[in-house]
Write a protein that binds this ligand. Structure first.
Ligand code: BG6
Length: 490
């Protein structure tokens, strides 16, 4: 059988059933930077049904015409004009203050006008600051907007962060669950929608080659890195209260860890996949708080040069408290207490204002047990490494040792490589378009389930309590922007 004999299972699905998509925060940054471009990409790929409507909701009383003028101007640079007119034709604007109890009645009336039969699916996207999640969900629920009458589905999309610790995550969940079932709640992690992140499971479980090696017998350690060159931009208000552990570890880093470490489910089906991810989180060994410094390094960027440009330090960023001790870098060594991974360290590392943008998983195998070339090369033979480049380098790269050409027996590291970039981009959807499409289709595979959220918070909250404490034992290293970050164990 040749690769061509295998039927392609990757055809783009036909448009999903029509949906009324309500975007709360319709004038906000997330809507402009991510959601509208994602919708445009779905329109372009003909994945959004012609009958779907978009209702942008904001606090300001703008009226449809003024809103359209403003939003189209902001989107003009990032969306092709044909897609813009397509979006414009489906777009309405509604003013609503989610803090005012009962204000969602206006939305209920609007939706009823748009869809007299009441049969069209509904999707509420909370593209608002996290503090607004609870009042908004309550407001929607009290206006009976969570109800799935008449064969229509109703779904609600929540962006990370899902709370700021275990307690607040449970609080948010309790309110959501008062009005929505778990199957209606879509907790977005845009990392899950990256092609290269999804590829981790295919690489592991659609090949017989790796599985026998994918365990503590052959793997020495796994390193998961999400390094950024960007600083905090205009997000000081959010970031200074959040820091890297809540912003990146509680969600993206944990999700990458789960994909590397999980067992194969019996079928690629949402609940089965999510069950396996949760089992990984359940196996996380709590960090020893009395020796936290051995497993955790925190840093905050100082001024420096990034890609040749002078940039301010974190404390000089507008909106940051001058004495802020919020970490912008963290390295953490974690272990999983289960048969497959006992004793294998997972190094998780993420930081802002580092030397380069690089998200990758590096799997380092054990060294050969003995080198038969020791008489020529000594004992040191570099171990094999498998690199899964997530972004911007989208590769699967295996580092192997080979003979260098020539009359002598020279060892040379070489790479066997598969590059995503070399593939056709015809069927590709960007991260947000993919998650949005899955919300519309009702496929929860790529989304966080509440048990997993709570397990991760359960692991991180004691660490955060230590880090947030004013006389914390763990130091905060200042690192120059544009460099490698603070020194870590790996
Ligand atoms: C977001 C974080 O979730 O992910 C940001 O809030 C971070 O702080 C971003 O910059 C990184 O995403 P990506 O896709 O650029 O790696």
């Amino acid at each position: 059988m040749t690769p061509e004999d295998v039927a392609p299972a990757c055809a783009i699905p036909s448009p999903a059933a029509p949906v009324n998509l309500v975007i709360f925060g319709g004038t906000g940054d997330l809507a402009v930077r991510k959601i509208f471009p994602a919708l445009a990409s779905l329109c372009r790929s003909q994945l959004l049904s012609q009958d779907s409507r978009i209702i942008a909701v904001g606090r300001k009383d703008l009226g449809r015409e003024r809103y359209l003028n403003q939003i189209m101007e902001r989107l003009a640079g990032s969306i092709p004009s044909a897609c813009l007119s397509d979006l414009q034709a489906r777009l309405d604007y509604l003013a609503m203050d989610p803090d005012v109890p009962g204000s969602a009645q206006v939305l209920a009336a609007h939706l009823a006008r748009l869809d007299a039969s009441g049969s069209r699916n509904r999707l509420y996207y909370l593209a608002v600051p996290p503090a607004a999640y609870i009042p908004l969900s309550r407001n929607l629920g009290q206006a009976n907007l969570g109800a799935e009458a008449g064969g229509r589905s109703v779904r609600i999309v929540v962006e990370k962060p899902f709370g700021r610790d275990l307690h607040s995550a449970r609080e948010l969940d309790a309110v959501l669950h008062q009005y929505f079932e778990e199957r209606q709640i879509f907790r977005i992690d845009h990392y899950m929608a990256k092609e290269t992140v999804q590829n981790v499971l295919l690489l592991r479980f659609a090949n017989a080659l790796l599985e026998p090696l994918w365990n503590r017998r052959y793997i020495d350690h796994i390193r998961i890195t999400a390094a950024e060159t960007l600083g905090i931009g205009h997000r000081a208000g959010f970031y200074d209260q959040t820091g890297v552990l809540r912003d990146m570890f509680q969600n993206h880093m944990m999700m990458l860890l789960a994909l590397c470490a999980m067992e194969p489910p019996s079928l690629f089906e949402a609940e089965l996949v999510r069950d396996e991810r949760s089992k990984v989180f359940r196996a996380l060994r709590p960090l020893d708080l009395s020796r936290l410094g051995e497993q955790l390094v925190l840093g905050q960027y100082g001024p420096g040069l990034v890609e040749g440009q002078a940039v301010p330090g974190y404390l000089q960023e507008p909106g940051v408290r001058p004495d802020s001790s919020t970490p912008t870098f963290a390295w953490m060594k974690v272990f999983l207490d289960n048969w497959r991974w006992q004793g294998v360290p997972f190094h998780l590392c993420s930081g802002k204002r580092l030397a380069g943008k690089r998200t990758e998983i590096s799997v380092q195998f054990k060294r050969v047990p003995v080198s038969m070339f020791r008489n020529i090369h000594g004992d040191a033979i570099a171990p094999n490494r498998l690199i899964l480049g997530i972004h911007p380098e989208e590769v699967v790269r295996m580092e192997v040792q080979t003979k260098g050409p020539g009359p002598q027996l020279c060892l040379r590291s070489q790479f066997m490589e598969f590059s995503y970039g070399a593939q056709s981009v015809l069927h590709r959807l960007d991260d947000y378009a993919k998650v949005l499409l899955d919300c519309i289709l009702g496929d929860q595979t790529l989304f966080w389930r509440q048990d997993a959220v709570e397990l991760c918070w359960g692991f991180l909250t004691p660490i955060l309590d230590q880090c947030d404490c004013p006389d914390r034992a763990i130091p905060l290293h200042t690192y120059p922007a544009g460099g490698p970050g603070p020194k870590t164990d790996q």
